[in-house]
Design a protein. Structure first.
Length: 93
């Protein structure tokens, strides 16, 4: 049983939309608002858990981003020369 009262002001357009939706669902505006608030609260909690999971996944992925194991530590600096050497070998230039 509902015993608590909560009120807020809405624009005439929002009120009219709420009343129209309640009529189309054959229910009252208060039931419609209760459903909307419950749905929002559940989705907010799920969204919070999703954000935490995404943060955890990003942290795990960041550990390996840009961390390629290689024996040649100056390979990036020498990439232009290495590419030219490969092209010369392939095309005989």
């Amino acid at each position: 049983m509902k015993t608590e009262v909560y009120s807020w002001r809405v624009s005439p357009e929002v009120k009219a939309d709420l009343e129209t939706e309640a009529r189309s669902r054959k229910t009252s505006v208060s039931v419609l608002l209760d459903l909307a608030v419950r749905d929002w609260l559940q989705n907010r909690e799920a969204g919070s858990r999703d954000l935490e999971e995404q943060a955890r996944l990003h942290a795990e992925a960041e550990k390996s981003i840009g961390a390629f194991a290689a024996n040649n530590s100056d390979r990036a600096e020498r990439s232009r020369a290495l590419v030219r050497q490969r092209l010369a070998r392939r095309y005989g230039r």
